[in-house]
Design a protein around this ligand. Structure first.
Ligand code: NAD
Length: 356
């Protein structure tokens, strides 16, 4: 945080309900509050059973279940979902699942203006942002539009009880990455800084417990609480080099979303820390450690997370292309983004050596 108080903060106009069991007990009430009588429930194939349970809880207020969400919202998937919503005469959507299901709900909202209720089952954080994404011919377009921000978010830790440990770990560190970049974002603010530090603390505290006791309700609640805070940070600020690199690695080289965030984060923070010492200090406090990048790297290792970009399938020959792509557009970052420095960052992440 800057020493002099000088900031702008946009509160996102949404309601959050957080409670064990809320997916079934609170979603119908949220639909009613919004005056919705014919919602389309969305999910991915794997989340279909949960989506059906939510649909049953909605009863008459549910127009149907559409369990066809896919990663990165392919345009044809969005087209079919919009068509289904129109055919059924839906007056809103309820997205049950991770970033892919929420992303499909946002795509429908973008095209039709239908209000969205999000019931997240991972820690990705999309439910707290007005950012949409659509993928066509292998290229992902993203944009910000207030129309896609969920009107209501129902956090139910019970939905995450069976999230497999590897996905719990990488999705959790994906959330931590939002908080880390929010701390040094050009549009950070005192409230964002509070949420970000607490978000890192809650998530980093919960993950080691979940690695040994994945069904712990208390640790699941802490992790989801951390995800909410980190998602709020993502929605309220402009992300920097770390998110840009992960976008390039996912988009151009097909690397998996949460795993890539997990591998890259310690190196991105090591790159930025000299230019953002207060942010690095906040992360270190939250991790109860001296050196924030090293502590993040250690956390990943302790949790048996993927260690290197090589392990995720990147080829050594791709490093230079990735670095060139990451510096090809201007974006906010505390330290100037120079190709040589980014290439060194990527090489370290490729090899999985400790962050310098
Ligand atoms: P996802 O929704 O594809 O879920 C990952 C996997 O986990 C899927 O196979 C899914 O079936 C499974 N899964 C989800 N919840 C589960 C549960 N509770 N138990 C067991 N399995 C479960 O991916 P994600 O990591 O949640 O989100 C990543 C996507 O979201 C990316 O496309 C990313 O770009 C997008 N995203 C967008 C924003 C935004 O603001 N627009 C923010 C974050 C992420």
């Amino acid at each position: 945080m800057r020493n002099v108080l000088d900031f702008a903060y946009d509160a996102q106009p949404m309601r959050v309900v957080f409670r064990p069991g809320a997916a079934l007990t609170a979603t119908p009430a949220e639909a009613e509050r919004l005056g919705l009588h014919r919602v389309l429930v969305l999910s991915g194939a794997r989340g279909a059973d949960t989506a059906r349970a939510v649909a049953d809880a909605l009863g008459e207020a549910c127009a149907g279940v559409h369990a066809e969400a896919r990663m990165h919202v392919p345009v044809d998937v969005a087209d079919r979902a919009v068509e289904r919503a129109r055919t059924l005469g839906a007056d809103g959507c309820v997205a049950v699942g991770g970033g892919s299901a929420v992303g499909l709900g946002k795509a429908i909202a973008l095209r039709t203006g239908l209000p969205l209720i999000a019931v997240p089952s991972t820690y990705a954080g999309s439910e707290m942002t007005p950012v949409w994404g659509l993928t066509e011919n292998g290229v992902k377009r993203t944009g910000r539009d207030p129309a896609v921000l969920p009107r209501s978010v129902v956090y139910d830790p019970e939905l995450t009880l069976e999230l497999p440990v590897p996905l719990t770990v990488t999705s959790g560190i994906n959330a931590i990455a939002h908080s880390v970049e929010a701390l040094y974002a050009p549009d950070t603010s005192p409230l964002i800084a509070l949420m970000a530090e607490e978000g890192v603390r809650a998530m980093a505290g919960a993950l080691p417990r979940l690695a040994v006791e994945p069904a712990s309700s208390e640790a699941r609640s802490r992790a989801l609480y951390g995800a909410w805070l980190s998602g709020s940070c993502l929605g309220g600020t402009t992300m920097g080099l770390h998110h840009k690199l992960c976008h390039v690695l996912g988009g151009a080289f097909g690397l998996p979303h949460a795993e890539t965030h997990t591998v890259v984060l310690p190196y991105a923070l090591a790159y930025n820390a000299p230019a953002a010492p207060d942010a690095a200090a906040a992360v270190a406090r939250a991790l109860d450690a001296g050196d924030a990048p090293r502590a993040l790297w250690d956390l990943g290792r302790r949790l048996d997370a993927p260690r290197s970009l090589a392990e995720l399938g990147l080829k050594e020959g791709d490093l230079a292309t990735a670095a060139a792509q990451a510096v090809s557009q201007e974006y906010a970052n505390p330290r100037p983004v120079a190709e040589e420095g980014v290439l060194a960052l990527l090489r370290a992440a490729y090899e999985g050596t400790p962050p310098a």
